[in-house]
Design a protein around this ligand. Sequence first.
Ligand SMILES: [Zn+2]
Length: 216
Amino acid sequence: MTTTYSSRIYNRRRSRRRIVLAISAAVFGVAVIAGAVVVVPMLLPPGPRPLFQMPVGCGETWQLGTYPSHGSYEVDFFPLRGEPWGQPILASYAGTVTVSGINGSLGGRTPKNPNGPRGRGGGYWVKIDHGGKWETQYLHMLEPPLVRVGQRVAQGQQLGRIGSTGNSGAPHLHYEQRRGWEKVETWFDGKPSGITTDDKEYTVKLKSKNCGEDPS
Ligand SMILES: [Zn+2]
C-alpha cells in the first residue's frame, strides 16, 4: 500500500488539529477549576459571627461612638482613662492578617504635634480575616503595625498603638466589622454595640472583655 503525498499532508494536519484540541480542552479544564476555586467560595453564605471582643485592653471602659458623615456601623474608640496616644490596639478575634500598611496618607499628627497636618484615609492600619467571610479593621495607628500580612494572630494579640495618622482629628481607633465584604453592626462579647447609622452623634460606654483567647 502506498501513501499519496496529499494523504500524508491530510494526516499531518489531522494530528496537528488533534493536539490543538487536546491543549484547548486542557486549558478550558484548568480555567473551569480555577473559576470554581475562586467563584464557589464567593457564593457560599458567610459563617456564624465570631465571638468578637473589644479591640482594647481587658477590663478597660472605652467610649464608642459615631457622628454624621462618619459611615454606617463605623465605630470610633476613645479611652476614658489616660492619654489616648500609644494605648494598645488588640485583635478582636483570632485570624490571619490580610492588610498591614498605610491607607491614604499619614499626615503629620503626632503626640508632639497633635494639630499637625491631617493625612488622608486610614493612615497606618490592619485588616484581619477571621474566616467564614468575617473581617475586622483597625485604622489611624500611631506607628507601623506590629503584625505583618499572612501572620496568624490570637484574640487579644496587640496589633499596634492608638494614633492619629490619616484623616483623624484626635488620637483614637477607627474600627469596623465586616461580613461578606459588607460593613455590619459591631458586636462585642455576643452583644450588638447599638452603633448603626451615622444620622446623628451617638456614643456608648462599654467595658472590654478581651481577656485572652476564646476557647471555642
Ligand atoms: Zn472613625
